[in-house]
Design a protein around this ligand. Structure first.
Ligand code: HEM
Ligand SMILES: *[C@@H]1O[C@H](CO)[C@@H](O)[C@H](O)[C@H]1NC(C)=O
Ligand SMILES: *[C@@H]1O[C@H](CO)[C@@H](O)[C@H](O)[C@H]1NC(C)=O
Length: 504
């Protein structure tokens, strides 16, 4: 009897091991081979899959090599910032298969197909699942929500970003910029690391957008969330143990404490706002308090998302545009002349209507978004077996849309694709390239950036005020090294030399 029991146990262990081995085999060996075959028949190839790690080793190697030193002062940044795409595109064509571990991705850079994914057949695709640590960073808000809950939140929050509401922010934004510039002016010619300053500025603006009249209290909440993000970002670089975030390590305990504190502050803030409800404020907080079916947790997550999605994107756009204008003084002159003709040499803060008339400035900002898009790529996942153009895409395949690759493509933008030429936007976005939808810095379709108007408004306003008071050039210490750490940023900062224009 004992012996029988023993053999039954052995049998179970054997079966269990067999199942595990089979599962591993299917997931890491059989399935990838099958998928490779499926795509190969359609003419889509790529670097060969390697057991378990896919192409990760090559990707890391290519990226490290590309970013090992600064590049010349050129805008041909694709080989540096999306090096694996640039590399394999030359070998396999723009549509190729690449393996992030056992996860397969197909790169899609044809604007016609991108339109299908993001617009005309968007219901067949969903956002991909971000890794837990990224999720902790970006918050479980609009950026990552899906289905009903996403639609509900998007509806509630969008009035915040209508122009009529945003224009109320202009005086506050303008004041922040002017105050800083007054300080510089007193110093004569100054060298400023602009990216830090733009971050502070953008943080103020985002705080206003999210918390309106509760600005000071909101600032405190954002400070706590920034701390939490630092912890998460730190772990992101160091820890790759699945389930690690559930262990009571010192970092995690700190994180949980911060979580509680954030929630407590927000609950207090919400109560206070409810008490002296001063009509309907259209900030994120006000709109979410008013809406039915929204919990405090939802508000916490949306605040995180705002902070995450809004801060570095806009400040990076401002940084790159300033660098570009410093590199191309003739466009500084043209933008300044336009300002003079629209605002008549006044040093008042430009109004919303003034800003709408600054077409050259808008062209410059768009050319900056084309060459240096802060978000360099996005991903979608096929929810079922789908047809994309003539391709048959199996359920679960991830589609990688290399925004920066689309923006730098000669075939679409012409042979001067890597040159700074704002003039290409002189007849508007849809005529700037050979395809009307080749310009997608904010994505497109239902999940297009909700903060686009805010980002463009703040960028144009800030640049207009700077151009009105200073000329600027690159500092001699500037090193051109566009780099990606989630977003596109200058690896060694952006030191710029500012010279005050004599008052009129
Ligand atoms: C230059 C500045 C910005 C750039 C380049 C940018 C870029 C993008 C892109 C490409 C997407 C679409 C992602 C995708 O389809 O996968 C997106 C979505 C989003 N952005 Fe922005 N963004 C900017 C500024 C902002 C600002 C200021 C906010 C303010 C809160 C913001 C909040 C969001 C949110 C909430 C989403 C998700 C929308 C949804 O899925 O419904 N962004 N952004
Ligand atoms: C409340 O939200 C949940 C999901 O967020 C949804 O399933 C439910 O239908 C909503 N109820 C109302 C009354 O809107
Ligand atoms: C710049 O891009 C924005 C966003 O796509 C667009 O609304 C605007 O009209 C563009 N301006 C010019 C001059 O192309």
């Amino acid at each position: 009897m004992e012996e029988l029991l023993f053999w039954i146990k052995v049998l179970f262990v054997f079966l269990f091991t067999l199942v595990v081995v089979l599962k591993v085999g299917v997931l890491f060996w059989w399935r990838p081979r099958k998928i490779q075959g499926h795509f190969s028949k359609q003419g889509i190839r790529g670097p060969p899959y390697r057991f378990f790690i896919g192409n990760v080793k090559e990707i890391v190697g290519i990226m490290l090599k590309a970013s090992s030193q600064p590049m010349p002062l050129s805008h041909n940044i694709l080989p540096r910032v999306l090096s694996f795409y640039h590399h394999w595109k030359k070998i396999y064509g723009a549509t190729f298969l690449v393996w992030f571990g056992p996860t397969v991705r197909v790169t899609i850079s044809d604007p016609e197909l991108i339109r299908e994914i993001l617009c005309s057949k968007s219901e067949l695709y969903e956002k991909n699942e971000a890794p837990p640590l990224i999720k902790q960073l970006e918050g479980d808000g609009l950026l990552s929500l899906k289905g009903e809950k996403w639609a509900h939140h998007r509806r509630i929050i969008s009035p915040t970003f209508h122009m009529e509401n945003l224009k109320l922010l202009i005086p506050m934004m303008g004041r922040s910029v002017v105050e800083m510039l007054e300080k510089w002016k007193a110093m004569g010619e100054v060298e400023i690391e602009v990216s830090e300053w733009f971050q502070t500025l953008t943080e103020d603006v985002i705080t206003r957008t999210a918390f309106g009249s509760s600005y000071e209290d909101g600032k405190a909440v954002f400070r706590l969330q920034a701390k939490q993000m630092l912890l998460a970002a730190d772990a992101f670089q160091k820890v790759f143990i699945p389930g690690y975030r559930f262990l009571p390590t010192r970092r995690n305990i700190n994180c949980w404490k911060l979580d509680k504190e954030i929630k407590r502050s927000l609950v207090k803030l919400i109560d206070r706002r409810k008490e002296n409800a001063c009509g309907s404020e259209k900030d994120l907080l006000g709109l979410m308090i008013e809406a039915s079916n929204v919990t405090v947790d939802d508000i916490v997550e949306e605040c995180k998302t705002f902070f995450f999605a809004g801060k570095h994107t806009t400040s990076n756009l401002l940084t790159w545009t300033t660098i570009l204008l410093a590199m191309h003084p003739q466009w500084q002159v043209r933008a300044r002349e336009e300002l003079l003709s629209v605002c008549g040499g006044s040093r008042e803060i430009p109004s919303k209507d003034d800003l709408a008339k600054l077409k050259t400035l808008s062209m410059i900002v768009n050319e900056s978004l084309r060459l240096y898009p802060p978000t360099i790529a996005t991903i979608r996942r096929a929810k079922a077996d789908v047809e994309l153009g003539t391709f048959k895409i199996p359920c679960g395949t991830e589609l990688l849309i290399p925004i920066v690759g689309v923006h730098h493509d000669d075939a679409t933008w012409g042979s001067d694709a890597s040159e700074f030429n704002p003039g290409r936007f002189s007849e508007g976005v849809s005529r700037a390239a050979r395809h009307p939808l080749a310009f997608i810095p904010f994505g497109m379709g239902v999940r297009t950036c909700i903060g686009q108007n805010l980002a463009l408004l703040q960028t144009k306003l800030t640049l207009a005020i700077i151009l009105n008071r200073f000329t600027f050039t690159l500092a001699p210490t500037y090193q051109h090294a566009p780099t990606v750490l989630m977003l596109l940023y200058p690896q060694f900062g952006a030191p710029i030399l500012f010279q005050p224009l004599s008052a009129l």
